[in-house]
Design a protein around this ligand. Structure first.
Ligand code: NDP
Ligand code: HSE
Length: 425
C-alpha cells in the first residue's frame, strides 16, 4: 500500500530521508508492503533544484493537504514545530519527528493529543540517531521491567571527547569538526552543555518507566569544563571520561542525571568512540542489553525516520509483517573469502626451516605479516605467524602442506583474524 508523506524541514536529516528513499524505496516496498511516497517537501530555503518532488515554503500546505497520511517534522525547535505536530494530529494525520527538544521540554500536549488522535506519533529518530532504541524498549524488551537506562546519547560530545583523548585536539577544534560533519545541533550549546542528551535520557526514561519526567528535575552538566588533563589523568587510572545519561529506579524514586562520568576501560560503553552512541538497558528478565550505533548524522537519523513511517503504515493498515524472501542466497566460495590468519605450529629449531615454511605460504600467494619464534629449551619451539588477507582455500592447502613436514610436530593451528574497526566494518 502507498503511504503519502509530507516532509517539513530539508536540512541534515530531511535531506537524508530524501536520499534514503531515492535509494531504497523499492526495496522497502518489497520487504514491508509499504510504498513511501514523498508528496511535498517544505523548507524555508529554496530547494526546488535539489529534489524532484513538489516543494513549498509554507508548512500549512503540507498539514492542510488532505491526501497526506504522514507529516514528517524535521525542522527542530519548539515553534512552529509544536503547532505543526498538533495541527497534523488534529487533522487526523500521523506524525514522525526527530525533535527531542520539543518532546522532552514540551511534549505533554503532544502526547495527550496523540492519545486522542486517529493518527500515531513516532519519534525513533529523536534518540540515538540510527539506533533503534525506542523500538527495542517498546517491542523487544516489552516483557521486562526496566531497572536502569545508561547511555552515551550525544554524537557531538562523544566525538569531541574522543578527538581530545586520541588526537590531543583542543575542545574548539574538535567541536568545529563535529559541526562540519553534521552531528551538532543548529545551536551546539545544546550538545556541549548536555541539554540534547538530557532530552534523550528524559524521553527514554518516560518510555522505560512510564512516568512523566520534567527537565527541571534532571541534573545536567556538559563537557565544557573537561580538559585534556582530566582525560589524561583518567586514562592513567584506567578510566575514560564519557558524557553519560544515567537513569535508574531506586525504591520507586527516579535517579536521573546527565553528566561527564569516569568509567573503567573494561566497561562496554568505554569503547564507544567518535559520533557513536550506545544505550544499555537493564531489564529484570534479560539483564543488560546494549545497543550501539551512529547516534547522529544525516543518513543514520533518516533510517530511524523511515522505520517509523513503515511501522505506522503497517499498523494502521493491518499489513502483515511477513518475511520477504527474494531468491536463494548465492554463497561466497572459500576461494573468494579473504581473511587474515594467525598460524601457530611447533617446529624443530634449526637452519632452513623458516624458509621452507615461508616457501609454502609464498607458493599459495599468502603474504606473511609477522613472525614470532619463542626461544625455549625444548625439542620443538612454538612459531607464530600472522598473514595479510589471504584466500581461505589457499590457507587450508598451506596448512596441510606444512603439517607434512617431518620437522613440524602435531597439527598447525589456524585462526582467522577479524580486524573489525570501531565502526563495525
Ligand atoms: P537542520 O537545521 O539541518 O534542518 C532544518 C531545516 O528546516 C533547515 O533547512 C531550516 O531552514 C528548515 N526550517 C526551519 N524552520 C522552518 C519552517 N518553519 N518551515 C520550513 N522549514 C524550516 O536540522 P537537522 O536536520 O539537523 O535537525 C532536524 C531535527 O532532527 C531536529 O529536531 C534535530 O534535533 C533532530 N535530529 C538531528 C540529528 C542530526 O544528526 N542532525 C540527529 C537526530 C535528531 P533554516 O536553516 O534556514 O532555518
Ligand atoms: N546533535 C545530536 C548529537 C544529533 O550530536 O548527537 C543527534 O540527536
Amino acid at each position: 500500500m502507498k503511504i503519502r508523506c509530507g516532509l517539513i524541514g530539508f536540512g541534515t536529516v530531511g535531506s537524508g530521508v530524501y536520499t534514503l528513499l531515492q535509494k531504497h524505496r523499492t526495496d522497502i516496498y518489497k520487504k514491508t508492503g509499504v510504498d513511501i511516497e514523498l508528496v511535498t517537501i517544505c523548507d524555508v530555503r529554496d530547494i526546488k533544484d535539489k529534489v524532484n518532488v513538489p516543494v513549498t515554503g509554507s508548512w500549512q500546505d503540507v498539514v492542510n493537504d488532505a491526501s497526506i497520511d504522514v507529516v514528517i517534522e524535521l525542522i527542530g525547535g519548539i515553534e512552529p514545530a509544536k503547532t505543526i505536530i498538533l495541527s497534523a494530529l488534529n487533522a487526523g494525520k500521523s506524525v514522525v519527528t526527530a525533535n527531542k527538544k520539543l518532546l522532552a521540554e514540551s511534549g505533554n500536549d503532544i502526547f495527550t493529543a496523540s492519545q486522542k488522535a486517529k493518527g500515531a506519533l513516532a519519534f525513533e529518530a529523536a534518540i540515538g540517531g540510527g539506533i533503534p532504541c525506542v523500538a527495542a524498549l517498546r517491542n523487544g524488551l516489552v516483557g521486562n521491567a526496566i531497572q536502569s537506562v545508561v547511555g552515551i546519547l550525544n554524537g557531538t560530545t562523544n566525538y569531541i571527547l574522543t578527538r581530545m583523548a586520541e588526537d590531543g585536539m583542543s575542545f574548539d577544534e574538535a567541536l568545529k569538526l563535529a559541526q562540519a560533519k553534521g552531528y551538532a545541533e543548529a545551536d551546539p550549546t545544546f550538545d556541549i552543555e548536555g541539554f540534547d542528551a538530557a532530552h534523550k535520557i528524559a524521553l527514554l526514561s518516560m518510555l522505560a518507566y512510564n512516568v512523566r519526567v520534567s527537565m527541571q528535575n534532571i541534573y545536567i552538566e556538559g563537557i565544557t569544563k573537561i580538559t585534556s588533563l582530566d582525560i589524561k589523568y583518567a586514562h592513567e587510572m584506567g578510566y575514560t571520561i564519557k558524557l553519560l545519561g544515567v537513569s535508574r529506579m531506586v525504591d520507586d524514586k527516579l535517579d536521573i542525571r546527565l553528566q561527564p562520568v569516569m568509567i573503567p576501560f573494561t566497561h562496554p560503553l568505554a569503547s564507544v568512540r567518535n559520533e557513536f552512541n550506545a544505550v544499555m538497558y537493564n531489564g529484570d528478565m534479560t539483564g543488560a542489553v546494549t545497543l550501539y550505533g551512529k547516534g547522529a548524522g544525516s543518513l543514520p537519523t533518516a533510517s530511524a525516520v523511515v522505520s517509523d513511517v513503515v511501522s505506522i503504515a503497517q499498523k494502521q493498515n493491518g499489513i502483515k509483517d511477513s518475511v520477504y524472501i527474494a531468491n536463494d542466497a548465492q554463497y561466497l566460495s572459500s576461494d573468494d573469502r579473504m581473511l587474515r590468519y594467525y598460524v601457530r605450529l611447533h617446529t624443530e629449531d634449526r637452519a632452513g626451516i623458516l624458509s621452507k615454511i615461508s616457501g609454502v605460504f609464498a607458493s599459495y600467494n599468502i603474504s606473511i605479516a609477522s613472525v614470532i619464534q619463542k626461544e625455549v629449551n625444548a625439542p620443538y619451539v612454538p612459531l607464530v605467524i600472522t598473514t595479510h588477507a589471504a584466500r581461505e582455500a589457499a590457507m587450508h592447502k598451506a596448512k596441510q602442506d606444512i603439517e607434512q613436514f617431518n620437522f613440524v610436530n602435531g597439527q598447525v593451528m589456524v585462526i582467522p583474524i577479524e580486524d573489525f574497526n570501531s565502526t563495525g566494518e
